[in-house]
Design a protein. Structure first.
Length: 256
């Protein structure tokens, strides 16, 4: 079976400095992979590179999505073809409502993935029904649909709206970049429940986190530790418990 994501010997530079130094990773549909690591290890660089941020330059290696290289795809093409990034720091867009933003994004994806590029736009009543269903799933009040995107939202509200986007767009590869950062325990639980509900056999998830606590709610199949731009160690769910207990120093020592 062709993996949803295959990273091959990936090297990435930011403003001339190499941050990612030869990463290999394979994610199949139906799998959740967590990447952990100390600050500055390259976790967010990896997430932004996968999403196609122009600031990040791939100097070696390849990224395959469902068997096709995406290095020449722009961020919009990656998103339209089913790659989703939940931002660590979602931006506010005053003047654009949550509902209008999501309907526009969904219609762009439908058009890009249709056979002739002329898919019919989703009707407003049909979209409203879809949106309300997903908002109830994430315990978001219906009034959020008419609010400006992330404008005046709390940290927890912003992260829940990110997962709402994921629910509406229905991606095949979701990259969650430190979705747990800035969340209290109640908001974390609600966001995690939303992710778990959206998980399905056609979806692969790359969950990037600094702390073990989100892994109490979202159970990964595999855990990888990124240090100094390289995969230092990989294992099963038990690896997160070792990191919680011992920190990262023992990995540094074992790799010397």
């Amino acid at each position: 079976m062709t993996p949803q994501l295959e990273i091959k010997d990936l090297h990435v530079q930011v403003e001339g400095k190499e941050i990612i130094k030869g990463i290999n990773l394979t994610i199949h549909a139906g799998e959740i992979h967590a990447i952990m690591g100390p600050n500055g290890s390259g976790k967010s660089t990896l997430a932004n590179t996968l999403a196609g941020h122009p600031r990040y330059t791939v100097t070696q290696g390849d990224i395959l999505y469902k068997g096709a290289s995406i290095l020449e795809w722009g961020p919009d093409e990656r998103a339209q073809k089913g790659i989703f990034l939940a931002f660590q720091y979602p931006m506010a867009i005053p003047g654009v409502t949550v509902a209008n933003f999501l309907r526009t994004a969904l219609n762009a994806k439908r058009k890009a993935t249709s056979a002739n590029g002329e898919a019919k736009a989703i009707s407003i009543p049909e979209f409203r029904k879809l949106l309300l269903k997903q908002m109830q799933l994430l315990k978001l009040d219906a009034s959020f649909a008419t609010r400006y995107l992330n404008d005046g939202f709390s940290g927890g509200e912003k992260k829940r709206v990110e997962i709402l986007q994921m629910a509406v767009l229905n991606p095949e590869l979701a990259i969650l970049d430190e979705t747990d950062s800035g969340l209290d325990i109640d908001a974390l639980r609600i966001v995690a429940e939303g992710v778990n509900t959206l998980m399905n056999p056609n979806l692969g998830i790359l969950l990037i986190t600094h702390y073990q606590r989100i892994l109490n709610y979202i159970k990964p199949h595999f855990i990888h530790v990124l240090m100094n731009g390289q995969m230092a160690i990989s294992g099963g769910p038990e690896l997160a418990l070792q990191l919680e207990e011992k920190g990262y120093d023992w990995i540094v020592e074992s790799n010397k």
